[in-house]
Structure formats: structure tokens, C-alpha cells
Design a protein around this ligand. Structure first.
Ligand code: SF4
Length: 276
């Protein structure tokens, strides 16, 4: 068996632009964990899957995630990653498209693109790294910050109620919807593999710690404390504990259904029209 330290080295050299390291993330940030688990998912899916993958990101700390991968990536405008991804997929349906986004990027400025990508069921994997705050721009509150939670722009606590990303994705028609956390790394890897291979719009919400802003402003301790918080405040879908404590957050796969994929349906329509 390859020792853990060497495994890290092999994984990094194979998939990452080690020449631009060190990365820009703060110590303890959940984004580094997610990067590693994305690569572990591809190590299991195989090189062919990796070679046909294109990453499209928006702006924010999350927008930097694909830049360290040795793959083609488009670093686009804030909130517009899914619009660019839709264009790439329609132009080259054979490619596999992954869109890593933060909560602000996905459901604030990008909220409109998000619901329409979901209803179209275009074959794109949207990874929403929900750290409940705008990290890169200094800790402003986002639509997922939560009632009573503090942020740079909500020093007395936010009076906005948050979206439930999973319910939003389900309501908009996504055909694969899941939630996991940076604590539950094995389940994150398995969910990501399923989402990447799913033919349709896949949404994976990953609760991810931002110790620098959300953690500090809400007195949540250090990165390890925040990870432990995901352990104690989330439960698998259908757990009895959820009935006893409705504040617990469910994680797992909520929707996984086969539906006509957008590009495939469009191709069939073009063929039909050409025959007529
Ligand atoms: S500001 Fe927050 S989300 Fe951004 S890199 Fe630092 S810890 Fe991570």
C-alpha cells in the first residue's frame, strides 16, 4: 500500500499545477479539503473521465478551486459560471463540465442561472461550496448566511432568512441533488462520483468552513471546531434524530432520477427537423 504522505505527493503531481503552489486559501479553509476529495473522486473514476472534464468557475474564493487543477478551466464572471458552462456543454456535448461555486456565486448573483440550469436538466455538475459568507471580499452576508448570524455587513446579526439550497434545487427541477460536508469526506467522494457520472443537472451542496470570516464573526472556534460542528449538527437523510431536533441538517442524496438531458433532446430535435 502507498504510504499516505507519498499518496498525497502522487495525487498532487498527477492532477495539480504544483508549480503555482502555495495556494491562496487561508489555513483551515474547507476549500482545500474539497479540492483533495474532487481529485480522489477522479482517481477512482479514471483518467479518461479526468481528460474529458472542463471546470468553469465564477468569482470568490471558490472561483480559485479549479485553477490549481491540471485541466482546462474557465474563470468567468461573478454568478455567471453556469451560463458559461451551458454554452460549453451545448458546443461540446461530449465534455464533462464541473462548476465549483460559492454560496454567493451560486444562489445570490447567480441564482437566476442556477434555477434555469436546473429546470433545463443540462448535464453539468454544480458543486456549491456553502461557507455561509462572501469570503474573498471581506465577510459580507450571503443568501445562505442564516438568521441571527453575523457578518461584516450584519454586525448585529442578519435578519434575512436563508435559502435551503437542496429544496431550491429540487423545486427548480434538478435531477440529482445531494448535500454533504467537509467533515464527511468519504461520503463526499462517493456523492461527487455519482454526481459527475449522472446524465443531467447535478447539484452537490457541500457545507464548508470559512474560519477566517464566518467562524471568527460567529465565535465558532477554529477550523477543527467548525468541522466538529458539521459532525454534530448534521444527520443522514431519514435519521430519527431529525424528528427529535428539527434544527439538524440532513445530508445524503435527496434526488437521483433519469430524465431527458437538454443537449441530447436538442440533438434529437435537430435530427428530426432535418429529416422533415
Ligand atoms: S476567506 Fe474564508 S473561504 Fe476564503 S480562503 Fe479564507 S477561509 Fe477560505
Amino acid at each position: 500500500m502507498i504510504p499516505e504522505s507519498e499518496f498525497e505527493n502522487i495525487l498532487a503531481k498527477k492532477y495539480m499545477r504544483t508549480e503555482i503552489m502555495p495556494h491562496a486559501f487561508c489555513p483551515g479553509c474547507g476549500l482545500g479539503i474539497i479540492e483533495r476529495i474532487i481529485l480522489m473522486a477522479f482517481e477512482e473514476l479514471g483518467w479518461d473521465e479526468w481528460e474529458k472534464t472542463v471546470f468553469v468557475s465564477g468569482i470568490g474564493c471558490s472561483g480559485w478551486v479549479p485553477l490549481y487543477f491540471r485541466r482546462d478551466a474557465a474563470h468567468t464572471l461573478h454568478g455567471r459560471a453556469l451560463a458559461f458552462a451551458t454554452g460549453v456543454k451545448l458546443a461540446r456535448p461530449g465534455l464533462s463540465i464541473i462548476v465549483p461555486m460559492g454560496d454567493g456565486d451560486a444562489v445570490a448573483i447567480g441564482g437566476n442561472h442556477f434555477i434555469h440550469a436546473a429546470r433545463r436538466n443540462i448535464d453539468v455538475t454544480a458543486i456549491i461550496m456553502n461557507n455561509s459568507i462572501y469570503g474573498m471580499t471581506g465577510g459580507q452576508f450571503s443568501p445562505l448566511t442564516g438568521h441571527d448570524k453575523k457578518a461584516t455587513t450584519a454586525p448585529f446579526g442578519s435578519i434575512d432568512h436563508p435559502f435551503d439550497t437542496v429544496r431550491l434545487a429540487m423545486g427548480a427541477g434538478a435531477s440529482f441533488v445531494a448535500r454533504t460536508t467537509t467533515y464527511h469526506v468519504t461520503s463526499m467522494k462517493n456523492i461527487l462520483k455519482k454526481a459527475i457520472m449522472h446524465k443531467g443537472f447535478s447539484v452537490v451542496e457541500i457545507l464548508s468552513q470559512c474560519p477566517t470570516y464566518f467562524g471568527t464573526k460567529n465565535k465558532m472556534g477554529n477550523a477543527v471546531d467548525m468541522l466538529n460542528n458539521y459532525k454534530t449538527h448534521t444527520v443522514p437523510i431519514g435519521s430519527k434524530k431529525k424528528k427529535e431536533n428539527p434544527d439538524l441538517i440532513e445530508r445524503g442524496i435527496f434526488v437521483q432520477e433519469e430524465r431527458e438531458e437538454y443537449c441530447a433532446e436538442y440533438e434529437m430535435l435537430v435530427k428530426k427537423v432535418k429529416k422533415e
